[in-house]
Design a protein around this ligand. Structure first.
Ligand SMILES: C[S@@+](CC[C@H](N)C(=O)[O-])C[C@H]1O[C@@H](n2cnc3c(N)ncnc32)[C@H](O)[C@@H]1O
Length: 220
């Protein structure tokens, strides 16, 4: 894996793209390409977000902006791209801690531990196969409190049910490096999560795996 390929997954999120992200990704792509209505993500966040929360790869901050945030909410944003950090922080209008960091690289040991960590629509942007992407889940499992929960979703690349729009976007996004998910399969994702969490739930909606991991294993 090169630094260049890691950066490719975060590079598209310019200030301009973030202004149209909700329309293109949340409304159009989710419903018509991946066939996973955005309401599934709102439910996911509502069910699992905790008081001290780490949001990995916030993009436009859409999910956090569309739920009632817990009282005394303590939010940390982590992203390789400063545009996503700044856009989300100003959209939410709450005090946030921002960490500009590659999720594939271990976090500073002084980083807080969290009640909840979300990594929504980020795994399909990371370079390599599951053996490379595993580092992200290892790093995040380590930042959770023992009773903490990790949740998120990812477009599964090894899937024979893509529609025409899904196939076209898979081709285009993988070509430019915005996605690198052609080798991502569902059993592999389940294995990665089960190796790091005692309790795992994975549900497929359209081409999207929605996942929850509880009780991080301490051996990781
Ligand atoms: C597709 S957007 C997801 C946005 C949002 N979470 C959502 O659900 O719509 C991917 C986000 O992950 C960030 N990202 C991509 N690669 C990353 C990496 N290696 N480390 C940290 N953030 C990364 C991008 O900059 C972007 O903000």
């Amino acid at each position: 894996m090169t630094m260049l390929s890691t950066r490719a997954g975060a590079a598209p999120y310019t200030r301009l793209l973030l202004t149209v992200y909700d329309l293109w990704v949340i409304r159009i792509s989710n419903s018509f390409a991946w066939r996973c209505n955005s309401a599934h993500f709102v439910d996911l966040y509502r069910q699992h977000i905790g008081r001290r929360h780490l949001e990995v790869g916030p993009g436009s901050g859409w999910a956090l902006a569309n739920i009632d945030l817990p009282t005394e909410f303590d939010l940390t944003l982590l992203d390789l791209n400063a545009n996503s950090l700044n856009h989300t922080a100003s959209r939410l209008g709450v005090t946030v801690t921002q960490i500009k960091h590659d999720v594939l690289v271990p976090l500073d040991e002084r980083t807080d531990t969290f009640d909840s960590v979300s990594i929504n629509y980020v795994l399909h942007c990371l370079p390599g196969d599951w053996s490379t992407k595993a580092a992200a889940l290892t790093n995040l499992a380590r930042t959770l409190k023992p009773e903490g929960v990790l949740f998120g979703s990812t477009v599964i690349g090894i899937d024979h049910s893509f529609n025409m729009l899904g196939k076209a976007l898979m081709f285009a996004y993988n070509k430019i490096g915005a996605f690198d998910n052609r080798r991502d399969d569902l059993p592999g994702l389940r294995r990665l999560l089960s190796d790091r969490f005692e309790q795992v739930e994975v549900t497929m909606v359209g081409n999207v795996a929605i996942f929850v991991g509880r009780r991080p294993r301490t051996t990781n």
